[in-house]
Each structure stands twice: as structure tokens, then as C-alpha cells.
Design a protein around this ligand. Structure first.
Ligand SMILES: [Zn+2]
Length: 418
């Protein structure tokens, strides 16, 4: 993704400390000789290598006898290096200090962030620590700053889904949710949505923690997890500023959920994201959060659920015939037997056959029948029936169409959807 970064040279030879290559004794000798880089330099090197590769997150995992360092790339974990356990604490404390966290606290989970510059690029690093049996596990989410907000039609929506999506966000008021597992591109989608409906006649206000993209046409409020300005306080004061569209970073608890419903009840279009495992069951999660059914029934207009999957590399894509190993789930989602596609591996995709990612979606539109069921707190089965009757297409169907169209492989379908 970032060609220019490839030219930044490595400064530290991490390989000489790799416990899967060299014996502990040999590495210990290196440390005794004193010719080792500082923990700071090692952390910088690890970040450089991971980001060069296009990592979305970096994980420092102390294990019984070593420290494994892996990074997430296109939804899969890759090993970067395995270091001696002894330096695990030092690396963790460098990261915690960078992120203004308490470096001495090792028994409690902590969160923090720091800005990291590589070449001309600025990255926002979100750190998260968790004490585990074998030490302190540190995860970093890597976000590039000042990236352009995507357009809706770049996000891989099918033609039908794009139409549904656009009609939902053009409603004058109501609550619209983008849901999915973590790292599924929810933020990208919601920003693209706000970008799509913005106009000089609209008053658009966002509340986020932290602000991920700068929007010229919106007023953006940073609400933080600590007590200085909570989501709820921010939202309540925004409502007095006559907004038309409110984008709320995430509904994470009863309080934010209730205020979001309240805001849409007073005639605003409220867009937000939420963790969930499918569109329909999100309704039950919202009810379980404690949002009163009559509020939800009268405000909810739609829910989209999405996942990110790896895309077939266009440069080495080829057709092949089904050999019977395709999952029955996939075959049942495809109405007609088709040929399949995969990448055979080339220089561009470094032999993997995959290049980039694409989202798969399901979009639930809340119609009168569904509204009625929400009001009655109907069970999941009823909600599913109503959705089906209204022409709801689930994520399997969308993904299967993308398999048939040669955008994703049958293997990726099974990996993502089971
Ligand atoms: Zn390729």
C-alpha cells in the first residue's frame, strides 16, 4: 500500500535475536557482549517492518519461553520474529511509555496511543495491554492518519445493496447502524456514508473517540473514554446545536445506545457502529442493552452487517472447475453450479494469490412488520421470518455472488463464514 515506505532501510538486524533460528546460548552471548540495540530501537524496527508489510495490527505475545511477535495482515496473523523472553518487559515498557501509559503497572489492562512517523506518513498507534499467564500481552492497532475518506461505490457493495444503503442514509431521521466484528471496516463505511450525504444545507456533527478522519464539512467532537467529556455528555450538548446528521463513533453500552435512540427520536439521522455477529441479532443486542422497545421500534431504520475478506489477485486470477471440496454452505448459497476462481500466485501478490480486501454485506431494512415485532420484543425466529418475507439477503448470499463473480475464492468464503 505504501510504496514509499519500502525505501526506508532497516536499522536493526532482528534476525540475530530470533530464537527459532539461533540457540538461546548464542543469543545470550550477544547480549553479554553488549553489542545489542536499545529496546527503543528494537520497537521502532518491529513497527517499521510490520507497517512496511501493510500490517493492520502488531502483537507482542510473551509465551512460556519466548516472546512471539506477529502482525495482522488482510485478516490473517503472520509471524514477524520470535525474541528471547528476557526482553519482553523492556519492549512492553517502551511501548507503554510512548503511549503515556503507566509503565510500572503490569497487572491491569491499559489503553493508550501515540503518533508514529515513517517517511512522509503519520500513523496513529492504539495500544492495548492485557496481563496474561506468561507476562503482558501488548497489541497495537495501526491506523494511517490523513487518509482519504472512501466513496461508497469503492466499498464492494453489490448494485442492489448499494441502492438499499443509499436509500437508508437519505432518510431525514432515524437510527442507522453499521455492524460487524472488530476490524471489519465499519469506520470506513460509516465515514463514506456521511461523506455521501453531506451538503452545505446540512448540519453534520460527529462524536468520536478518537477522530479517525478529518471531515471538512462536519463539526467533529472528540469524546474520550475517561471522564473529561463522555459520549453521552457530548451527544446531549450536540442536540442543542440543531444538527441534521449525527455520527456517533460506536454504541458500546446502554447509555450511548439510549442517547443515540433519543437523538434520532428528536428528528436527526443518527449513524453509528456496533460490534455484532449479524444484522438481525443486533436488534436483540440493542434491546438487551436496555433500549426501550418502543424507542427502538420508532427510530431504527436499518442495520448493515459486514465482514472483510481477501480479494483474488487480478494479475494471476484463473478459472478452475469445482472438485467437490467446496463447502455445502457455499454450494447451497449458489443457486446454480458455477466455475470457481483463484489466484495462482504471482510477483504482485507475493505468491499468495490474494491482493487487497473487499467487504461482504447484508442490509436489513426495518419495515412496518419488523417495527411491530421489535415493539413486541419478538424472538429471533420471528424477526428472521419477517426479514426474509421483506426480501432480506444474508451475507452468505452476497459472498456467494462474489465467489461466482470471481472476486473471492471458495476457500476464503469458507474461512470467513465457516
Ligand atoms: Zn497474483
Amino acid at each position: 500500500m505504501l510504496e514509499e515506505l519500502k525505501n526506508i532501510p532497516s536499522k536493526v538486524n532482528l534476525e540475530q535475536f530470533d530464537t527459532t533460528v539461533f540457540s538461546k546460548e548464542k543469543i545470550r552471548e550477544l547480549f553479554r557482549s553488549g553489542k545489542v540495540p536499545t529496546a527503543d530501537a528494537m520497537v521502532d524496527e518491529i513497527i517499521l517492518r510490520a507497517v512496511k508489510f501493510g500490517a493492520t495490527d502488531i502483537h507482542f505475545e510473551p509465551r512460556e519461553n519466548d516472546l512471539q511477535i506477529r502482525f495482522g495482515y488482510e485478516g490473517v496473523m503472520k509471524r514477524l520474529v520470535t525474541l528471547p523472553k528476557e526482553i519482553s518487559d523492556n519492549l512492553a515498557s517502551v511501548l507503554k511509555t510512548k503511549a503515556s501509559m503507566n509503565a510500572f503497572e503490569k497487572k491491569k489492562p491499559q489503553e493508550g496511543r501515540f503518533s508514529h512517523t515513517l517517511g512522509k506518513h503519520q500513523f496513529d498507534m492504539r495500544i492495548n495491554t492485557v496481563p496474561i499467564l506468561t507476562g503482558e500481552r501488548v497489541a497495537i492497532r495501526v491506523l494511517q492518519e490523513n487518509t482519504r475518506v472512501a466513496n461508497l461505490d469503492e466499498l464492494g457493495f453489490s448494485k442492489e445493496n448499494l441502492e438499499k444503503f443509499k436509500s437508508l442514509i437519505r432518510k431525514p431521521s432515524g437510527l442507522f447502524l453499521v455492524t460487524g466484528p472488530s476490524g471489519s471496516g465499519k469506520t470506513t463505511t460509516i465515514y463514506a456514508a456521511v461523506n455521501d450525504i453531506q451538503s452545505p444545507e446540512k448540519n453534520i456533527i460527529t462524536v468520536e473517540d478518537p477522530v479517525e478522519y478529518r471531515l471538512e464539512f462536519a463539526s467533529q467532537v472528540t469524546a474520550s473514554g475517561d471522564k473529561t467529556l463522555t459520549f453521552v455528555d457530548a451527544l446531549r450538548s450536540i442536540l442543542r446545536q440543531n444538527p441534521n446528521v449525527i455520527m456517533l463513533g460506536e454504541i458500546r453500552d446502554a447509555e450511548t445506545g439510549i442517547v443515540a435512540a433519543e437523538a434520532s427520536l428528536t428528528g436527526n439521522l443518527v449513524l453509528s457502529t456496533m460490534l455484532s455477529r449479524d444484522a438481525i441479532s443486533t436488534i436483540l443486542r440493542l434491546l438487551n442493552l436496555g433500549i426501550p422497545p418502543y424507542w427502538l421500534a420508532s427510530t431504527l431504520i436499518g442495520i448493515i452487517y459486514q465482514q472483510l475478506v481477501r480479494k483474488i489477485c487480478d494479475s494471476c486470477k484463473e478459472q478452475y472447475h469445482a472438485d467437490g471440496t467446496q463447502s455445502t454452505l457455499l454450494l447451497s448459497a449458489l443457486s446454480i453450479q458455477t466455475t470457481f476462481y483463484h489466484g495462482k500466485g504471482c510477483e504482485k501478490c507475493e505468491g499468495s494469490g490474494y491482493l487487497g480486501r473487499v467487504a461482504i454485506h447484508e442490509i436489513l431494512i426495518i419495515d412496518d412488520q419488523m417495527r411491530d415485532f421489535i415493539y413486541q420484543k419478538a424472538p429471533l425466529l420471528k424477526l428472521k421470518e419477517a426479514a426474509r418475507a421483506a426480501g432480506f439477503e444474508n451475507i452468505f448470499q452476497d459472498a456467494a455472488k462474489k465467489v461466482a463473480a470471481g472476486i473471492i475464492t471458495a476457500e476464503e468464503f469458507s474461512r470467513a463464514l465457516g
